[in-house]
Write a protein that binds this ligand. Structure first.
Ligand SMILES: [Fe+2]
Ligand SMILES: [Fe+2]
Ligand SMILES: [Fe+2]
Ligand SMILES: [Fe+2]
Length: 435
């Protein structure tokens, strides 16, 4: 279908009652883990859609355009309420956190394998290992604080294992900047993929910022603070791939198109019939927004929207288990770091004045919360909360050895020998072994 020819729901018919905006949440115990990841992602997509229109209106002196933007902006905000509040009140902050990192891992892995631009793909692979490591660190706390088996949330679709240690995700932010894509040559798929991931990472950052203090445990708060800061780096990294020379009208078009594609993909994949209807209705609303954005784009830019977004939908958020792909990236790239020329390097290629060493030294001077969590896990549970197939689990000490930096490590870093002793104890006994 040519998406620009679809009508959708006209924007003047999209305002809803509070009763329709606040829908019955899904059930924590019975929800499919990928229904949850879709809900988390779509909330992030709506937050970005809303925030972008605020930036646009602040910069725009055309009253007619602004009148339309503020109308649609309210609709985005109402959609955001619907999406976010599908999350049930009895899902704890840590439960939801595991959901956020599952989104990050399985979404990034999907995007990396469906990304035509090699440089963008490389960036996804790099970020993937970091979110994968966050999932491991939070899983220790989920068990320690709330006695939650992470697989109650993850449904065994995503492995839980340390990768590139979180203490090494802290960089000089200038090194996080990537090269932006070429406006002329870049495919709509690449543009949609990037905006989807930026939205997800930004919302992950916001969620940690707004919820990390809700636990009384100082070590856990510090872990939220540490990982929140990495998510800030992720937003920096992914958003810098977007070309800054796009006009605001062009960006608006890409935003609405990205929303349509995400709802369409979620609608296609959804297994819960009730939730599927929610995705469908919101997709129709987004098609209505896209129509308006396309008309305004034509009028102001005297260009065809097809030049920017094409006519075909792309699938930016298909969720499925990505264990095999993630394993491959861990084995290949656990010792990868940000390079100095918008590229990547291995640890041994870094010079002693690599800018991130200084940052790591400053933030980690009193110990890294992400290392502390393993020490706490050793003391309180006595066993590592990790799930993966045995081959990968056995390689862990070797992978950790490769991932540790000689030049800098936080004073409380868990050393390979310590980790070996720790995992020598049988893995947690309440979960069946994964084959
Ligand atoms: Fe929206
Ligand atoms: Fe993360
Ligand atoms: Fe992230
Ligand atoms: Fe929209």
């Amino acid at each position: 279908m040519n998406i620009l020819k679809e009508k959708g729901i006209p924007i003047d018919k999209q305002i809803k009652t509070w009763h329709d905006i606040v829908k019955r949440p899904y059930c924590r115990a019975h929800v499919d883990n990928y229904t949850r990841t879709r809900q988390i992602l779509l909330n992030g997509i709506e937050v970005e859609a809303w925030g972008f229109k605020h930036q646009f209106v602040r910069k725009c002196d055309d009253v007619e355009v602004n009148k339309t933007l503020v109308k649609i902006r309210r609709l985005e905000d109402m959609q955001q309420t619907t999406m976010n509040w599908l999350c049930p009140a009895n899902q704890t902050v840590l439960d939801t956190t595991l959901g956020y990192e599952q989104v990050a891992v399985d979404l990034t892995a999907w995007l990396a394998q469906n990304e035509p631009d090699k440089y963008v793909k490389e960036t996804y692979d790099f970020g993937l290992l970091e979110d994968f490591d966050h999932l491991y660190r939070y899983s220790q706390f989920a068990y320690m604080i709330e006695e939650t088996d992470p697989n109650e949330i993850l449904h065994k679709m995503t492995d839980v294992l340390l990768a590139r240690p979180t203490q090494y995700h802290h960089n000089c932010n200038a090194l996080r900047l990537r090269k932006p894509y070429d406006i002329e040559k870049t495919s709509p798929q690449t543009k949609v993929n990037i905006l989807t991931l930026v939205s997800a990472e930004q919302q992950t950052h916001n969620f940690y910022a707004e919820h990390g203090f809700m636990y009384g445990n100082t070590d856990l708060k510090r872990l939220y603070a540490e990982i929140k800061d990495v998510e800030e780096e992720h937003v920096t990294m992914y958003e810098s791939l977007i070309n800054p020379n796009e006009t605001m009208f062009e960006k608006w078009l890409i935003h609405e198109f990205t929303e349509v594609c995400n709802y369409y993909n979620c609608y296609q994949d959804e297994t819960d019939e009730r939730i599927k209807l929610v995705w469908e209705e919101n997709m129709q609303m987004e098609i209505g927004h896209l129509q308006v954005a396309a008309e305004i784009f034509k009028k102001h830019e005297k260009r065809d929207p097809e030049e920017v977004i094409g006519t075909e939908l792309v699938l930016p958020c298909h969720f499925e288990s990505q264990k095999k792909y993630v394993t491959k990236i861990i084995e290949e790239q656990v010792d990868k770091r940000l390079g100095t020329n918008f590229d990547y390097m291995n640890i041994e290629e870094l010079s002693s004045d690599w800018a991130s060493y200084k940052v790591q030294e400053m933030v980690g001077e009193k110990g890294a919360p992400s290392e502390q969590v393993i020490r706490l896990s050793m003391q309180s549970i006595g066993r590592d909360i990790a799930f993966a197939n045995n081959d990968l689990l056995e390689k862990e000490p070797e992978l950790l050895e490769r991932a540790l930096q000689d030049k800098y490590e936080a004073p409380n870093t868990v050393q390979v020998e310590e980790y070996e002793d720790f995992i020598d104890i049988d893995r947690i006994d309440f979960v069946e072994e994964q084959k």
